[in-house]
Ligand binder design. Structure first.
Ligand code: ADP
Length: 360
């Protein structure tokens, strides 16, 4: 039994020796035992065809296992009426799966209406959710095809949240949008989750998405085998075998740095002297680097500086330190005011230390 982290909440999703064999001889999931604790996001990751969707759909009984038991909060899901079960489980899929002939608002109101909320209350809830997922009231009056792919995905998330289900199943929900919109949607999901604290199972084949979103990541291999389940930092620092290490990719170390906040790395006062001087604006925010060996006076161009906050990652700091002419990064407080600088050497030193600690 792989236990991602101990949890005894009433929403623990547990797979106990679960297999799914299709009549054509395909084994989609093979003897899966795993416990997904309540709260937080568990990401199921692996290349196409390794059984992630099948695993996900066994939670809401869209697929029944051929062997073993799937339980939610200690109850075998097959003992629960499917309609009742799904009321407590939101489901989001790629390309949103919206009803094309219903307005966005009516799409979101679907489940509350089915639950007999009454039209006015269902629509009020839908309007509230439109705002929650960052869409305007005007978008609610349109039809799905009149929205961009990213907006449609937001509607899909809003629809899944409509009846406030404690569990959300998300199957490659951001797979069909471009990388910029994808990052926005991921950020939105993290913001929503910080507020709503649902138990989320999220399927993706993209390891970067898994690392960004997951509180825990379960790595699958073809044939429906679970290989490792661990929090992202642990997975990156200690892959269970070569398969997981390969899947995490050659930039595994950099991905780990992307999870390490800059907060623990000290900063120093901005030193006088030296070729590059950090110039601040009257409001105290860093304005840019001045080359003291370059042209003088107000006309002298400043090289751009991207200041970093404590919540930025070591990877962002490393990146900025490489780009910075002074080989140092500017550190600012939450309001953007300059605190000091951190040198490239110090960032390196902390990067190595955090690797050593994670691997220990
Ligand atoms: P993933 O989500 O990781 O891409 P799936 O769970 O969709 O993987 O599929 C796992 C395996 O099961 C694949 O080989 C797929 O072709 C097979 N499979 C899925 N659904 C069916 C089905 N209804 N009948 C037969 N084989 C299926």
């Amino acid at each position: 039994m792989t236990i991602c982290s101990p949890g005894k909440g009433h929403l623990v999703i547990k797979f106990d020796a679960v297999s799914k064999h299709y009549p054509n001889g395909t084994t989609a999931v093979d003897d899966l035992s795993i416990e997904l604790p309540e709260g937080g996001i568990t990401v199921l990751v692996g290349s196409s065809g390794c059984g992630k969707t099948t695993t996900l759909r066994m939670v809401n009984r869209m697929v029944d296992p051929t062997a073993g038991t799937v339980s939610l909060g200690g109850r075998d899901v097959r003992a629960v009426d499917a309609a009742e079960l799904r009321r407590g489980i939101g489901y989001v899929i790629q390309q949103a799966g919206l009803f094309p002939h219903r307005t966005v608002l009516d799409n979101i109101a679907t489940v509350p209406l089915l639950l007999g909320w009454g039209r006015r209350k269902a629509r009020a809830r839908a309007a509230e959710l439109l705002e929650t997922v960052g869409l305007t009231a005007e978008a609610g009056k349109r039809y799905p095809h009149q929205l961009s792919g990213g907006q449609q995905q937001r509607v899909g998330v809003a629809r899944a949240l409509a009846a406030d289900p404690p569990v959300l199943l998300m199957d490659e929900p951001f797979g069909a949008v471009d990388p910029v919109v994808r990052t926005q949607l991921q950020n939105e999901l993290l913001r929503l989750q910080a507020e709503l604290k649902k138990t989320i199972v999220f399927v993706t084949h993209d390891i970067d998405e898994a690392v960004r979103l997951g509180d825990r990541i379960a790595v699958f291999r073809t044939g429906g085998h679970l290989v490792q389940c661990a929090p992202p930092a642990e997975l990156l620092a200690r892959p269970a075998d070569d398969f997981v290490a390969d899947f995490l990719g050659a930039e595994r170390g950099l991905k780990l740095l992307s999870l390490t906040p800059l907060a623990d790395v000290p900063y120093e006062p901005v030193a006088e002297g030296g070729r590059w001087q950090l110039v601040t604006s009257p409001d105290g925010t860093p304005a840019g680097w001045r080359d003291t060996e370059g042209p003088e006076g107000d006309e002298a161009p400043l090289l751009p500086v991207r200041a970093l906050r404590d919540t930025d990652s070591l990877l962002a700091a490393l990146n900025e330190s490489v780009a910075s002419p002074a080989g140092a990064v500017a550190r600012v407080d939450a309001a953007g005011a300059l605190l000091g600088i951190t040198t490239r050497e110090r960032i390196h030193e902390h990067g190595s230390r955090s690797h050593a600690e994670a691997a220990a």
